[in-house]
Design a protein around this ligand. Structure first.
Ligand code: CAA
Length: 248
């Protein structure tokens, strides 16, 4: 893909889908920073392993659910002499439980991390993208934001909200060279999905027409296209990749 080198920031980029996206953007020639949860002690080793494989990532600890923490992140990135051209809002969590048993803590944690983070992280970078006249924002939603999922009222609500955020912001910045899109992955072979009870997970896999979980790298290749110069006409879209489990 013929695209200029840009500076990319991938939230939750040290594991699972985020790490695959960080690697794909690096493969596309971009300079990539990732965020991880503050105090995560495994990131240094992860960075070393990546470096050994030819991937250099700058890592920032930030709580995406906390507005002040994200403002500090923006200041640190600025002080490091960077701008953000490509933002991938990927960080997310699950607290799966039926609504009847769900407490307010589980509701708030998922809404704040998966939806408030869209505002918290995007806000400090949107102005400079529009000023430069070029930007790419990719928000990671989920199949379950579209179809709903038993045990995920919090997660489904937050992920549905992500696409509303995308569509509104896409209209606001379309004339400034900034595109905003949602990617809605299905069930992937990541720790998040592996945490689902085995019998429940097997039933889910049985319901995927291609007959398997997705690979994070498959989603990452899509993200690399969306942030390329070739995708300038694509904005406000929600692109699903879920092995046929839910057809829009
Ligand atoms: N529809 C209707 N009924 C269902 C159902 C469904 N999909 N799933 C379960 N039930 C029924 C069960 O048959 C059972 O009925 P009985 O009491 O009559 O036997 C009842 O609901 C209770 O089911 P569980 O035993 O599953 O309930 P639980 O309280 O033990 O577990 C749960 C609840 C933890 C939420 C569990 O259902 C679960 O893990 N669900 C999976 C949630 C899921 O898919 N998470 C995705 C995580 S990965 C991710 O989110 C990434 C992404 O973007 C895709």
């Amino acid at each position: 893909m013929n695209t200029k080198q840009r500076i990319a920031l991938v939230t939750g980029g040290n594991r699972g889908l985020g790490a695959a996206i960080a690697r794909a953007l690096h493969d596309a020639g971009h300079q990539v920073s990732i965020t991880h949860t503050p105090g995560n002690t495994t990131v240094g080793q992860w960075q070393q392993e990546q470096t050994a494989q030819g991937y250099t990532f700058t890592a920032y600890g930030v709580d995406v659910s906390d507005y002040e923490s994200t403002q500090q992140l923006a200041r640190r990135i600025h002080d490091d002499g960077h701008q953000v051209d490509i933002l991938v809002n990927n960080a997310g969590i699950t607290r799966d439980v039926t609504l009847r048993k769900m407490d307010k803590i589980a509701w708030d944690a998922v809404l704040r991390t998966n939806l408030d983070s869209m505002f918290n992280i995007t806000k400090p970078f949107i102005e400079s993208m529009t000023e430069r006249g070029w930007g790419r924002i990719v928000n990671i939603s989920s199949i379950n934001g579209s179809k709903g999922q038993f045990g995920q009222t919090n997660y489904s609500a937050a992920k549905a909200g992500v696409h509303g955020f995308t569509k509104a912001l896409a209209q606001e910045v379309a004339r400034k060279g900034v595109t905003v899109n949602t990617v809605s992955p299905g069930y992937l072979a990541t720790e998040m999905v592996m945490a689902v009870r085995e019998d429940v997970r097997q039933k889910i896999i049985d319901g995927i027409p291609v007959g398997r979980l997705g690979q994070p790298s498959e989603i990452a290749a899509l993200v690399a296209f969306i942030v390329s110069d070739a995708a300038a006409f694509m904005t406000g879209s929600n692109v699903a990749m879920n092995g046929g489990q839910h057809m829009y």
